[in-house]
Design a protein around this ligand. Structure first.
Ligand code: DGL
Length: 267
């Protein structure tokens, strides 16, 4: 298949979380043309049902692929990936990269064999997570906690707002206060919003913890799947597309610019 060098990579999330995947991908492939899609009209995903997301996400990605003709699509969202990846793959005729909790690298590194998975409520209850835990962390205790407040915190941070330090503290307490939580040494950031507030999580931790996420691995996967398809010779300004432009969108513009997304448009 011949792909035009201008064909973008489409990144998709409910909000700004996918920027934590876009950043390492841009670092690895600086000339990659980017369309970053945020489903603000559907935000947040983490409190929605499986049925709602299975219906919504593949249909939306279908519209985005039709409009932007990307060379591949990256579901830069754990909630959408753990629930709707198969549906998206069936609906699209381009390669699809998903984002799933980094339980495998955490299990490889954990010394105490107690690992926390911090995601959305929808992600942490998925059989997909049970499977990862079984396959890669069978000898580990895997604690799980879902936090919607931490997702909102990341959105607020990127709007440049003042943040309540109690939110990161409470999210970690949701893991640390569980049985064996006192021995946890690794925290898998199983929501793409959370690496954006890693600083706040570190500051809120009562003792040093290692935070892990899959951003670099996904960047390498994109490069691998891209193979020999050409990139433009120079970096191009990227586009952010929102399913709803509400009054908060303009306050995100400076942060989006920092990720190379210069134009904002509505789907
Ligand atoms: N960023 C998304 C994730 O990785 C979901 C956040 C939300 O909309 O609840 O799970």
């Amino acid at each position: 298949m011949t792909v035009s060098p201008d064909a973008p990579v489409l990144f998709f999330d409910s909000g700004v979380g996918g920027l934590s995947i876009l950043a390492p991908a841009r670092a690895l492939m600086p000339n990659m043309p980017v369309v970053y899609a945020a489903d603000r009209a559907g935000y947040p995903y983490g409190t929605k049902s499986e049925a709602e997301l299975m219906a919504r996400v593949p249909a939306l990605l279908g519209r985005l692929v039709e409009r932007y003709r990307p060379r591949m699509a990256v579901i830069a969202c754990n909630t959408a990936s753990t629930i709707a990846l198969a549906g998206v793959r069936a609906a699209l005729d381009v390669p699809v990269v998903g984002t799933v909790p980094a339980i495998k690298p955490a299990a490889l590194q954990s010394k105490t064999r107690v690992i926390g998975v911090l995601g959305t409520s929808a992600t942490v209850r998925q059989p997909y997570v049970d499977r990862l835990a079984r396959e890669h962390g069978a000898d580990c205790t895997i604690l799980r906690h879902g936090s919607a407040a931490l997702v909102d915190l990341a959105e607020a941070k990127l709007r440049g707002e003042t943040l309540d330090p109690g939110i990161a503290r409470d999210a970690l307490a949701g893991l640390l206060d569980q049985r064996e939580g006192d021995r946890m040494d690794m925290v898998v950031l199983a929501c793409t919003h959370f690496p954006l507030v890693e600083e706040e999580l570190k500051a809120g931790a009562p003792r040093p913890l290692t935070f892990l996420h899959g951003g670099e691995g996904i960047a390498r996967r994109i490069a691998f799947l891209n193979g020999d398809m050409p990139w433009p010779d120079t970096p191009r300004p990227g586009t952010a597309v929102f399913t709803r432009i509400d009054p908060d969108v303009p306050s995100l513009a400076p942060a989006l610019k920092g990720f190379g997304l210069e134009t904002i448009e509505a789907l």
